[in-house]
Design a binder for this molecule. Structure first.
Ligand code: ZN
Length: 336
């Protein structure tokens, strides 16, 4: 049976490529480059989104151990102001379901069940969204295997990331991941520096440690054996769920890269999605809606006043309110 049997004619019409191919296999990264080039020609909204990305402004905010960037990206306002309460979600048509995608959008069918799509409001060059072909809720514990597989198939030049349903996903009701070129988020470089790491645990060939002094806490999980990495992440999710008394999946964002030899995951446990200032009015309001990218050290703003207002104190406050600090990560490590 061919890999794309069993999918609808409507979906088939959208397919640019299928991964893995039968016979002579292309690299996923090459297929993605082809998709992006083709879509820029055939989909004006994507071309406009990529052009707008070239015009975004970026500022560095450093000091007292903090080294992050702030991006002013007006086209992200739709995603950042998306209502994510259950009632609003129930009433809107799902924008990730294949039948609701823009008519020009094309896809790579990935392993028979997912579509790799170009993001028309990119934060990074080549920003991709990977969506399940069916309307299933966002969940990492149930789909950790495919998340790791995606990172491996994309290879070391890409970082795949996941936003939990209550901490950054603008479609918590539809399973999706995102992927971007590796190295755009400051934390990816920071975790390579051993001075930024502490509390190393080793088990089943997997190394788990935490970051140190980055203004928000993260776990770094490194391993080359899929079963070992899956078991370690599963245990972390279970203990994090217990620690935070989560009825469902604990709040988190995860970045993942496969170096060609091993996986490296950077996992940010979260306290809440949006800081209180998000909901204030007037001058006290701050439209930041942190997800994996913001935790990774690239804070996205879509209003110029927020972009200008950002300073180390404000960034520390956002992290303090929405993310674990190093002490809370230690409490989690104590349970492992
Ligand atoms: Zn959907």
């Amino acid at each position: 049976m061919a890999i794309n049997d069993g999918i609808s004619a409507e979906l088939r019409r959208r397919l640019y490529a299928v991964f893995p191919e039968e016979g002579e296999a292309s690299l996923l990264a090459d297929q993605v480059a082809g998709l992006l080039a083709r879509q820029k020609e055939s989909w004006p909204a994507l071309d406009a989104g990529c052009a707008a990305l070239k015009a975004v402004r970026v500022r560095e905010i450093c000091g007292d151990g903090l080294a992050v960037k702030v991006q002013f990206n007006p086209q992200r306002i739709v995603s950042m102001s998306a209502p994510v309460d259950p009632e609003s979600i129930r009433r809107r048509p799902c924008f990730l379901c294949p039948e609701n995608l823009p008519v020009e959008q094309r896809a790579i069918l990935y392993r028979g069940e997912y579509l790799i799509l170009c993001n028309p409001a990119p934060i990074f060059p080549g920003h991709l969204t990977i969506v399940h072909i069916r309307h299933l809720p966002q969940s990492l514990p149930d789909y950790l295997g495919i998340f790791l597989r995606l990172a491996e198939d994309f290879g070391p030049r890409m970082t795949v990331f996941y936003n939990g349903p209550h901490c950054g996903a603008s479609a918590p009701d539809h399973l999706h991941f995102q992927a971007v070129a590796a190295g755009f988020m400051p934390v990816e470089e920071e975790v390579r520096d051993l001075r930024n790491r502490a509390r190393v645990l080793r088990r089943n060939g997997v190394t788990i440690c935490r970051t140190e002094g980055l203004g928000r806490g993260a776990l770094v999980i490194v391993g080359e054996n899929e079963a070992g990495v899956t078991a370690a992440v599963g245990e972390i999710l279970r203990e994090l769920g217990r620690l935070t008394e989560s009825a469902f999946e604990p709040m988190l964002n995860v970045l993942c890269t496969h170096t060609g030899e091993f996986w490296r995951l950077i996992l940010f446990p979260r306290l809440k999605h949006r800081p209180d200032a998000y909901f204030r009015e007037g001058e006290a309001s701050l439209l930041v809606s942190p997800g994996a990218v913001d935790m990774g050290g690239l804070l996205i703003t879509s209003r110029e006043e927020d972009f200008r207002a950002m300073n180390p104190e404000l960034v520390r406050g956002i992290f303090r309110e929405t993310a674990f600090d190093d002490a809370k990560i230690d409490a989690l490590l104590d349970l492992l």
